[in-house]
Design a protein around this ligand. Structure first.
Ligand code: HEC
Length: 294
């Protein structure tokens, strides 16, 4: 009898101890993840010239649509915000209402959040591909900000973002670059004006790096992660120009193939806004990737 009781007491203590350890571990993960989320990044504000004429605003709308900002991640149609992802383990990520945000941000703060991935309070944005937007030149960035400023604010009720346990773990122990574009960006890099249209390859390189890298990887060699796969863009070498135009305009791939939902939507909603000259320049650059491959 006494041995059974002692055994039970021991088991109870072990259970309490385990529970205390689990609580401690959870508190550590929580603390470290909050620290990563609140870390202030020291990236100074830089002035950017923002046009106000109708042509620049229309161009900004086109550029923002091609990059998945308008009529994409931040809501459809427009920029009223959207629930980007909602997952039990990772949490809920809400792309905010940009009509509201631009009224709180100065032009320089908007430039910094777009190009450097740093919010007004100095903390870093998650998921937004600022390392791609960092490739934009001042004129394109200025036009995008002009468009955002010109959009009327719309009321749109959105839930708050939440941070799930797996994401907390990643924030606590993963490399910062896995969570924040800000950690992947060279914040001191210059932003030279984009190449002139008569240098098709250089222009195409600018377009590819500021439009396709989000999904096809910073080096355009494709992304292979759990649940997310994209091909390397050397694939374009097999595309005659006419077929590449068709892909960019309609999403129909070489040989009449239908691609998955994501690239189909990218073509219909984004790259179909490219001009003919832009698609031709992209093609001129992407076909050279094959010879650049080791
Ligand atoms: C939002 C994500 C996203 C963006 C941005 C994106 N792609 Fe894709 N792309 C994909 C996915 C996903 C696939 C794979 C589709 C499949 O295999 O069905 C793909 C496939 C492709 C293919 C392969 C077609 C084939 O023949 O199989 C090409 C070429 C391509 N993309 C070009 C581009 C170019 C050029 C850009 C930039 C102008 C771009 N993509 C931007 C997601 C994206």
């Amino acid at each position: 009898m006494t041995t059974v009781r002692a055994y039970r007491r021991l088991l109870g203590r072990a259970g309490l101890m385990l529970a205390a350890l689990a609580l401690l571990a959870a508190a550590i993960v929580y603390g470290l993840s909050e620290r990563a989320l609140r870390r202030a990044w020291d990236v100074p504000l830089a002035t950017v010239s923002v046009p106000t004429d109708a042509a620049a605003i229309a161009e900004g709308r086109r550029l923002a649509t091609i990059r998945g900002c308008a009529n994409g991640c931040h809501g459809k149609p427009g920029i009223g915000g959207a629930v980007f992802d909602d997952d039990r383990w990772y949490g809920r990520l809400v792309a905010p209402n940009l009509g509201d945000a631009v009224r709180r941000y100065s032009d320089a703060e908007l430039a910094r959040v777009i190009r450097h991935g740093i919010k007004r309070d100095g903390s870093a944005v998650q998921v937004m591909p600022s390392d791609m937007f960092a490739q934009l030149d001042d004129a394109d960035l200025g036009a995008i900000i002009a468009f955002l400023r010109a959009e009327p604010a719309v009321e749109h009720a959105l839930p708050a973002s939440t941070t799930g346990p797996l994401l907390r773990w990643q924030l606590a122990f993963g490399a910062p670059g896995a969570s924040f574009a800000a950690a992947r960006i060279d914040h001191a890099a210059p932003h030279p004006p984009k190449p002139r249209a008569d240098d098709a390859r250089a222009w195409g390189r600018y377009l590819a790096h500021s439009t396709c890298t989000e999904c096809h990887g910073a080096d355009l060699r494709g992304i292979h992660e759990a649940g997310f796969h994209t091909p390397p863009l050397v694939a374009v070498a097999a595309y005659p120009l006419e077929d590449f135009r068709q892909l960019m305009r309609t999403g129909v791939a070489l040989g009449g193939r239908t691609l998955n939902d994501l690239m189909t939507r990218v073509a219909r909603e984004r790259t179909s806004r490219f001009t003919d000259a832009e698609i031709d320049a992209l093609h001129a650059y992407l076909v050279t990737l094959a010879s650049a491959e080791p």
